[in-house]
Design a protein around this ligand. Structure first.
Ligand code: F6R
Length: 619
């Protein structure tokens, strides 16, 4: 959600910034802009629209030169997407440029104060107010550097002390040809360390082509960055801990490769990403799963009385599957909360309740807030996260990485399935500390081990899935129905379809349908029915008959060898046979492809769906 990048070094900044913007585009694509310092003058280019059609064309027509610069790709919060609301924004003197990811909550009060002092504004954004505030503080600091270094860093610190809200930001000033000031609170920011050059970026994808050495800034950190050094101070504590980390992925991992879209690439990666999630964690000897990073002893894990899982969006759907898994295998009560609800209602947490958060990005503001809230209340907070070094990964008391590699497609696919794989392992791990018999656990581990090959078999049906998708691509409304373990997958299938094809789709319990929503069924409303051969099969088939009796077209996801389903469904997608708790993993894959092909048939941009952005860092 908004991407920022900054460069200071000996190379030309503009191509580095532009390439960085391309790699950050999944965080927002309403508009983009760059500011480069060219011979003591800040030169700015900004443009409405996606990067290739907007800023890239503009930079080609009107190039900029200089070795210091900042850039931004926007997901609008304050002010409509437009050239004038694009970042970078300037202060009153036009000497200071700012790019910002986050929300300045008290921007209105600050704007009025600055306006009374004679400031005039060109945009409707909160960021421009921040730029003016920094400029105002700079005027007061200029010529009188204090004990703590340059006047620009001091001005940024002064300004941020007046700000309520969240920010990951980068600031440059025409008076400082070698300096970027970066700061974060609530929105991620990292420093990339190169030879005679440094970078700032909102995530590592933007800079992994240049360096693998990074520093993850913490909240309230302010960094002063020049070509040959960087210093970090913390606004809260005055001193800051700086730890250099090594990135574990390469530029190729974050590239689209031969696939038409990141989403398709990530769907096809799933045999490998599931394997990665399971690697080294299947313990056949102990008939359990093992993890390195939970940071809890067996006795502590055994002492948990209840787990609350908090997450958002697709990760929340994974949480629902987690509830079924952990309750079934470990007989431990689990409650699933939307992360934002958990934070703001007084949800009772008993002494031995643990919070588990799920997040692909590890930066989702709502989920991070839930984690902090649980910790504030003195509870242990664990996390299942994909992005190594993300804020949630660093702030949790312990956790499990998905090891799915960079997920760039805005619609989450492989991370969802990896989360399910990790939750399955966790359920066995907790179950084996309680009453789960070894025989049952072993059977489950073997079924988990078979998943990558089974996913491959599903992916091999891509062409027939495409044909089915085309048949239904013009429908205005869809239902996705499932029961038991596949109920959350019905929700997820509907979410995938609506977010990338803009078709109205409702995920619902197949059983609950008859209590009202069935009124919406007619011959023009297709239903995707999840009906694997599980304990609920007969009941789900009865629910299916109700839709059929009302002329609703049915696309069924069924288990290989099910002949019965062919007689009642218009189209059937077959899943390999597995254990009931693992159908969510297998069923997710064809639903992702189904949504992808429908979106393609409707001419939608699946990697950049309208109004969305990856990594929602605002509440
Ligand atoms: C949907 C999607 C979102 C995210 C949600 C949470 O395809 O990607 O619903 O799942 O914003 O994101 P993470 O998992 O990064 O916390």
């Amino acid at each position: 959600m908004c991407g920022i990048i900054g460069y200071v070094g000996k190379k030309s900044a503009s191509p580095i910034l532009l390439e960085g913007l391309r790699r950050l585009e999944y965080r927002g694509y309403d508009s983009a802009g760059v500011a480069v310092l060219d011979q003591a003058k800040l030169v700015v280019r900004k443009k409405l629209g996606k990067i290739d059609e907007g800023i890239a064309r503009l930079l080609k027509a009107e190039p900029v030169t200089g070795q210091l610069g900042i850039a931004h790709t926007r997901w609008a919060t304050h002010g409509v997407p437009s050239d004038k609301n694009s970042h970078p924004h300037f202060d009153q003197s036009q000497k200071i440029a700012v790019v910002h990811n986050g929300v300045i909550e008290n921007y209105d009060a600050l704007k009025q104060k600055l306006a009374r002092a004679g400031h005039t504004f060109k945009s409707d954004t909160d960021t421009e107010v921040l730029a003016h505030l920094i400029g105002d503080c700079y005027e007061k600091r200029r010529g009188k550097p204090g004990a703590n270094g340059d006047a620009l860093t001091q001005a940024v610190c002064d300004a941020l002390r007046e700000v309520i809200g969240t920010y990951g930001l980068a600031v440059i000033c025409a008076d400082y040809p070698n300096l970027i000031v970066g700061a974060r609170r609530g929105s991620p920011l990292i420093i990339g360390i190169g030879k005679d050059e440094h970078f700032v970026a909102s995530d590592a994808n933007a800079i992994v082509a240049h360096t693998k050495k990074v520093v993850y800034l913490n909240d309230y950190d302010v960094a002063t960055i020049t070509p040959d050094r960087f210093d970090v101070l913390n606004l809260g504590t005055d001193t800051a801990t700086v730890q250099i980390s090594q990135l574990e992925f390469s530029q190729e991992d974050a590239a689209r490769g031969k696939h038409a879209h990141f989403m398709l690439k990530e769907i096809f990666e799933q045999p490998q990403t599931v394997l990665n999630a399971l690697r080294g964690r299947l313990d056949f000897e102990g008939a359990t799963a093992k993890f390195g990073g939970l940071n809890m002893t067996s006795a502590e894990l055994r002492g948990i009385d209840r787990i609350v899982i908090a997450a958002s969006g697709t990760s929340w759907h994974a949480a629902l599957v987690g509830e079924y898994l952990i309750e079934e295998f470990a007989q431990l009560p689990v409650e699933v909360e939307f992360a934002h609800e958990f934070c703001y209602r007084n949800c009772p947490l008993e002494k031995n309740t643990v919070l588990l958060v799920l997040s692909q990005s590890g930066e989702t503001a709502d989920t991070l807030a839930a984690l902090r809230e649980a910790k504030r209340r003195g509870h242990r907070a664990l996390a299942i996260v994909n992005v190594v070094g993300s804020t949630i990964a660093r702030e949790s008391d312990g956790g499990i990485y998905m090891h799915a590699g960079p997920e760039i497609g805005v619609a989450s696919t492989k991370a969802f399935v990896s989360t399910l794989a990790v939750l399955s392992l966790l359920a066995v791990h907790l179950g084996r500390m309680r009453n789960l018999p070894a025989k049952r656990a072993l059977e489950f581990l073997r079924a988990l081990e078979a998943l990558p090959k089974q996913i491959e078999a599903i992916l091999a049906q891509n062409n027939s899935l495409k044909k089915i998708a085309k048949k239904y691509a013009q429908a205005d409304d869809f239902f996705f129905l499932g029961r038991g373990y596949t109920f959350p997958i019905a929700l997820e299938g509907a979410l995938k379809l609506k977010e990338i094809s803009y078709i109205h789709a409702e995920g619902y319990s197949a059983a609950e349908m008859k209590h009202g929503p069935i009124a919406l069924i007619d011959s023009k409303t297709p239903t995707v029915f999840l009906v694997p051969q599980d304990a609920m099969y007969d009941k789900t088939m009865a629910n299916l008959a109700m839709i059929r009796a009302r002329q609703g077209p049915i696309i069924a996801l069924a288990t290989e060898g099910d002949k019965q389903i062919k007689k009642v469904a218009n189209d059937v997608i077959y899943l390999p046979k597995t254990l009931e708790p693992l159908y969510p993993i297998l069923a997710s894959v064809p639903l992702q492809l189904f949504a992808y092909h429908i979106a393609m048939a409707r001419g939608c941009d699946v990697d950049k769906p309208r109004n969305l952005a990856k990594s929602v860092t605002v509440q």
